[in-house]
Design a protein around this ligand. Structure first.
Ligand SMILES: NC(=O)c1ccc[n+]([C@@H]2O[C@H](COP(=O)([O-])OP(=O)(O)OC[C@H]3O[C@@H](n4cnc5c(N)ncnc54)[C@H](O)[C@@H]3O)[C@@H](O)[C@H]2O)c1
Length: 389
């Protein structure tokens, strides 16, 4: 075996078959029947042991149409998560697929009502909301997992394995983020009243999760953040959607389309972050993790969907020589990432295993986002203080 093969084999993924709990039927509800709820619905339909029994959406007729489209013919339909909670007592799990601004309210109410929750990302808009969710989670004793499906990707898991193998030595600097040359979404993503945060919450949270999860989610200490909206407010960079012209979408635009930050993490790690929905460059750089023994380059994806964009490169010195080892992409395999996200949540509900993506980790992701927003408003570095939960 050559030296580079030895390096590669030490990172070979240990993919175990996911254990399925087949001896029960999960009674599931979906709150918010918009775009991402469709992926939840499809993944629930792929599970042999799930029945979707209730749906809720604030827009009259929307949940009914959703039920029809996915064949949830006998599902109970409600006009809000509160109505659903008032009437449903026997649910094993609820997907919260609402826009960011109602994540906290829905999740807290559902946990308080005694339901296990799979909450879409980003966990919340503010740190206070994330803390309030975790308090409800702790008090209820129910399971809460946050919907970061890239965590289920073998390539993402590989990054963590490489860091944990010690091959990089002490990690001291991480650059992450990326973004799109032109990819501003529309719908409820672009208004403060529904989304609360823009690119930083939509795709920035993924890039932070990629690296923070790899290095064990160290506590963030300080943040110097910057946010801008030069593209979203310009009709030339907007697109029409089902309900709005490009001009209307530019007028509605009230979140960030670009964010950058310099973050100090516990353990002496610097996180250098940038994310864009639109910019005048193809990419502001790959993700890199620098350690005292080696460095790792992780190519960005074009749209920043939170996964690995191509073979990674490990840079190190061997016998006085600068070497580079290519770490090939692990091809996707069935089931897909979304099905794994749903399955791992259900299995944790059934077995009492820890949440696949625990709120205790994503709290730090939210604390950084909250720090970026505060720092950008104040125009200076801010401290991050996380209350006791
Ligand atoms: N994991 C992923 O890959 C992924 C992809 C896209 C979006 N998302 C996340 O999913 C969430 C939803 O995004 P979307 O594009 O589906 O939004 P959307 O606007 O299409 O759908 C959200 C729906 O929630 C409903 N809603 C809001 N508050 C409610 C309440 N209290 N009770 C019942 N219904 C309520 C709204 O009426 C709306 O129909 C966002 O947080 C987004 O970041 C995740």
């Amino acid at each position: 075996m050559s030296d580079s093969d030895k390096v590669l084999s030490s990172f070979t993924p240990d993919i175990k078959e996911e254990k399925k709990a087949v001896d029960r039927i999960f009674r599931v509800a979906i709150v918010g029947t918009g775009w991402i709820a469709e992926s939840h619905a499809r993944s629930y339909l792929h599970q042999p042991d799930v029945k979707v029994v209730a749906l809720a959406d604030l827009i009259p007729g929307k949940a009914e149409a959703f039920a029809k489209e996915f064949g949830f013919t006998d599902a109970h339909i409600y006009l809000s998560h509160k109505d659903l909670i008032a009437h449903e007592t026997d649910l094993d799990a609820v997907s919260v697929c609402t826009y960011n601004r109602t994540h906290a309210e829905c999740t807290i109410d559902l946990l308080n009502a005694g339901f296990n929750v799979l909450l879409e990302k980003p966990m919340t808009v503010t740190l206070d909301e994330a803390v309030a969710i975790m308090k409800a989670e702790k008090k209820s004793g129910k399971l809460l997992s946050i919907g970061f499906q890239p965590r289920m990707d073998a390539n993402m898991q590989e990054i963590k394995k490489i860091v944990e193998s010690g091959a990089l030595g002490k990690v001291y600097y991480i650059q992450t983020g990326g973004g799109r040359r032109f990819g501003i979404p529309n719908s409820t993503f672009i208004e403060d009243k529904t989304a609360g945060i823009g690119a930083v919450g939509d795709i920035g949270c993924y890039s932070m999760d990629m690296v923070l999860n790899a290095v064990g989610y160290p506590k963030p200490l300080t943040v110097t953040g910057y946010m801008s909206d030069f593209f979203g407010k310009n009709p030339e960079y907007q697109r029409p959607d089902k309900f709005h012209t490009a001009e209307e979408n530019a007028a509605r635009f009230s979140v960030d389309d670009f964010a950058a930050a310099f973050i100090r993490l516990e353990g002496g790690i610097i996180l250098d972050f940038r994310i864009a929905w639109a910019m005048h460059i193809d990419t502001p750089g790959d993700t890199i993790i620098l350690g005292t023994k080696a460095g790792l380059r992780i190519p960005s994806t074009d749209c920043w969907n939170g996964t690995v964009g191509g073979p990674m490169t490990l840079y190190t010195d061997v016998g006085g020589l600068h070497t580079q080892t290519t770490i090939p992409i692990i091809p996707p395999k069935e089931p897909g990432l979304f099905d794994r996200k749903i399955r791992s949540f259900l299995d944790a509900v059934a077995t009492g295993a820890p949440a696949p993506v625990p709120s205790s980790q994503i709290l730090y992701n939210q604390a950084i986002i909250d720090g970026i927003v505060r720092s950008a408003k104040l125009g200076r570095e801010v401290e991050i203080e996380i209350p006791e939960i």
